[in-house]
Design a protein around this ligand. Structure first.
Ligand code: N7H
Length: 437
C-alpha cells in the first residue's frame, strides 16, 4: 500500500485544467531558519490522501535541491545516499541534456542553475482566487523569517484557448501507478510499480530505493524543473513554408507531435482532426502502436509523443522503465493567432518531471529518445518539437510510396534554466525540521 497521507499531492495528482500556478525559489542563509521553514511548510503542504477529491485540486508542494539539503545541515552520509544525478545538479548535466549554445547554463535566467537555489515552492490551483489563498499561506512560512530569502518567482497560467503556446492540448497522457488511487489515462497500459515514482517501494526492476536514514527518502521523489522557452513564430513559419495549404499545415503539425492540436491522436484518427475525441479523456489516450501501425504511417516513430513514450512499439530497449510523470504549466502571453513574426516576448512551459529515477527516466528520455534517433533506426533525427540540436534538425515522415524527409528544422525550444530537486514526504519534512547537526 502506498502511504498516501505522507506523499505530497503534487507527486501523484495531475494538475487541474484550467490552472494557475506559481513557482517560488528560496535561498537559506541560516541553517536554523531553514529548519524552521521545513517545520512551517510541513503544515501547509497537502498530501495525496484524497486522490479524487476536487478540493484537492489546489495544492502547495515543496522541493529541495542538493544545495538546499546542504544548507539545512543534512549529514554527508545522508547526502551521499541520494542519486548521483541529483547530487550533480542540472547545470552540471547540461552537455548530456543537450543544453548547449543559447540553452547552456551560462545563459540561464539567474539564479536558476546556481548554488543559491535551495527550496522551490509550487502552488497550483484551478483558479486565481484559490491560488492566492494558498499562496498567502505559503508566504507566511518564509516571510519574516530572518535567513530565508525569496530569490525567484515564475507565474504560470493556462492560455485562453486551453492549449500550450504551440497550440496543442497538453496534459493528456499520464502513467497509472499501483496503489495511487488515480486512474491512468491509457486503459491499455498496465499499472506501473509505485517504486518507479516514489522512493521506498519496489520498482519495475524489483529494486527498492532507500536513503540514509530511510525516513528522509521514503514517500519522496525527484522532481526536475525546466523553464523552456518556445519559439512560436518560428514553429508557425516552419509549418507554413513546408506546406501547400492550411489543411496540409495542420497535418504536418500533427505528424510532428503525433496528435492533432485538439489532442486527438493520429493513432485513432490519422486523416483528419476529431476535436471531440481530443477532448474526451476516456478515449484520447486509449491506443498502442505496434499491432496497428508498426512502420509509423499513422504516428511517425519520430513524432514527439511516440519518441517520448513508444508504448508497445518495437524499439531498442524497454519503454516501461523510462516512463515519466509530467506537470507542464505555461508562462507568458499567447502569440495572437496568425502572427508569424516574433514579438520578443518570453513564453513557454515550466516543464516538471516527477519520478524516482532521474537517470533512467528523465535523462534517458531527453538524451536517447529526444536528442537521438538511433533507438528507432532514424540515425541523427531528433525530436522535431523539442530536440536541442545546435543546428538544423531532420524528421522522417513514413509515407507510401516513398517516405518524406523534412530537413532544416530549426530549434523551437530553448532552455532558460532548471533544477534537479527532491520532494520529500511529509514525515521527512518534519525530520529535516528537527535536525540538530
Ligand atoms: Fe512533451 N507540447 O505542449 O507541445 N508534450 N512537451 N515533453 N511529452 C506532450 O500527451 C511539449 C517535453 C513528453 O504518453 C504532448 O499530454 C512541449 C520534455 C511525454 O503519449 C504535448 C515541450 C519531455 C509525453 C507536448 C515538451 C517531454 C509528452 C501531448 C517543451 C521529456 C507523453 C499531450 C516546451 C524529456 C507521451 C499529452 C505519451 C506529451 C508538448 C517537453 C515528454 C502537446 C511544448 C522535455 C513523455
Amino acid at each position: 500500500m502506498l502511504e498516501l497521507e505522507d506523499i505530497q499531492s503534487g507527486v501523484l495528482r495531475p494538475r487541474p485544467a484550467p490552472y494557475v500556478a506559481t513557482y517560488i525559489a528560496l535561498r537559506i542563509d541560516r541553517r536554523r531558519a531553514g529548519r524552521e521553514l521545513m517545520n512551517r511548510v510541513a503544515k501547509v503542504v497537502t498530501s495525496a490522501a484524497n486522490p479524487s477529491s476536487p478540493l484537492a485540486d489546489t495544492w502547495v508542494s515543496v522541493a529541495l535541491t542538493y544545495e538546499g539539503f546542504k544548507a539545512l545541515g543534512v549529514p554527508q552520509q545522508s547526502l551521499d545516499s541520494f542519486s548521483w544525478e541529483f547530487r550533480q545538479g542540472m547545470a552540471a548535466r547540461a552537455k548530456d541534456l543537450g543544453d548547449l549554445g543559447e540553452s547552456s547554463p551560462e545563459h540561464w535566467e539567474k539564479p536558476l542553475g546556481t548554488a543559491d537555489v535551495h527550496v522551490i515552492i509550487v502552488a497550483v490551483s484551478p483558479n486565481a482566487d484559490r491560488l492566492e489563498e494558498v499562496l498567502a499561506g505559503a508566504r507566511k512560512t518564509y516571510r519574516c523569517l530572518d535567513g530565508i530569502e525569496a530569490i525567484w518567482r515564475q507565474d504560470c497560467h493556462a492560455l485562453p484557448n486551453e492549449r500550450e503556446p504551440f497550440g496543442f492540448r497538453d496534459g493528456i497522457s499520464h502513467p497509472a501507478i499501483e496503489g495511487s488511487g488515480i486512474p491512468g489515462s491509457n486503459p491499455q497500459e498496465r499499472l506501473l510499480k509505485a517504486g518507479e515514482f516514489v522512493l521506498g517501494y519496489p520498482d519495475e526492476l524489483g529494486g527498492v530505493q532507500k536513503t540514509e536514514p530511510e525516513v528522509l527518502g521514503r514517500n519522496g521523489t525527484y522532481v526536475v524543473f525546466r523553464k523552456l522557452h518556445q519559439r512560436v513564430a518560428d514553429f508557425r513559419r516552419y509549418l507554413k513554408s513546408n506546406s501547400t495549404s492550411s489543411e496540409d499545415e495542420e497535418l504536418l503539425a500533427a505528424k510532428l507531435m503525433g496528435r492533432w492540436r485538439s489532442g486527438a491522436p493520429l493513432a485513432l484518427c490519422p486523416l483528419h482532426d476529431d476535436p471531440q475525441l481530443g477532448a474526451d479523456p476516456r478515449r484520447n489516450n486509449d491506443f498502442l502502436f505496434e499491432a496497428d501501425d508498426p512502420a509509423g504511417f499513422k504516428t511517425p516513430g519520430g513524432s514527439h509523443i511516440r519518441r517520448t513514450n513508444p508504448r508497445d512499439a518495437a524499439i531498442a530497449g524497454v519503454a516501461r522503465i523510462h516512463r515519466m510523470i509530467r506537470r507542464g504549466t505555461a508562462y507568458g502571453p499567447l502569440l495572437p493567432e496568425g502572427v508569424l513574426d516574433d514579438d520578443g516576448a518570453e513564453r513557454g512551459l515550466m516543464f516538471a518531471f516527477v519520478g524516482a529515477h532521474i537517470g533512467r527516466q528523465f535523462e534517458f528520455v531527453q538524451s536517447q529518445w529526444v536528442n537521438d534517433g538511433i533507438f528507432i533506426g532514424a540515425g541523427a533525427d531528433r525530436d522535431p518539437i523539442i530536440g536541442s540540436n545546435g543546428g538544423p534538425g531532420s524528421f522522417t515522415l513514413p509515407r507510401r510510396p516513398v517516405r518524406k524527409r523534412c530537413q532544416g528544422i530549426p530549434q523551437f525550444v530553448a532552455t532558460r534554466g532548471g533544477e534537479y530537486c527532491f520532494m520529500p514526504g511529509l514525515r521527512a519534512l518534519r525530520w529535516l525540521a528537527e535536525l540538530e547537526t
